[in-house]
Write a protein that binds this ligand. Sequence first.
Ligand code: FNR
Length: 185
Amino acid sequence: MSQVYSVAVVVGSLRKDSYNRKVALALAALAPSGLSLNIIEIGDLALYNEDIDVEPPESYKRFREQIRKSDAVLFVTPEYNRSVPGVLKNAIDVGSRPYGQSAWNGKPAAVISVSPGAIGGFGANQHLRQSLVFLDMPCMQMPEAYLGAAASLFEESGQLSEKTRPFLQTFIDKFAAWVKLIKAD
Ligand code: FNR
């Protein structure tokens, strides 16, 4: 049987009707057979504080373990004030500690940003890529994915629009190839 890589999907929005979560679920449905995508929840993570990390809360332990067990990570995020939403930055910080034991270390990654705005969360996407360099996560360069006009990505029924599908299919197929390349090292 051929290898199936598990991908932790981290969504940078906690909103019930989040466009980013919808895109994440659409990508999970489009993923080729070599990838298995699962959303890892971040809403219960206490704000990172080294003092409480002396006896880490269950939420920190659960999150770090889920990331550690995954072969790769896909970030799907909105932009807040031209940067990464605090909830996502917090999750990144939680996963990166204790010092020297980062759960992110070496995992292949990709970033997709989704916004109702015209520039598709470019600022968040690029700031996130900066963190991934420091976390030593080889991040897929192309295709870049800045999805603007978020409402138009879906039909009224909630289904992915036919206009959006080909790009997301290409994105997830290329990510599958990227994960395979990095994990084969
Ligand atoms: C936003 N939003 C936003 N959009 C954008 O394109 N650039 C930005 O800098 C910001 N800044 C921003 C700050 C804060 C605090 C909020 C709450 C929102 C709008 C944002 O893109 C919009 O709410 C999206 O719908 C959020 O993504 P989800 O929740 O739909 O996935």
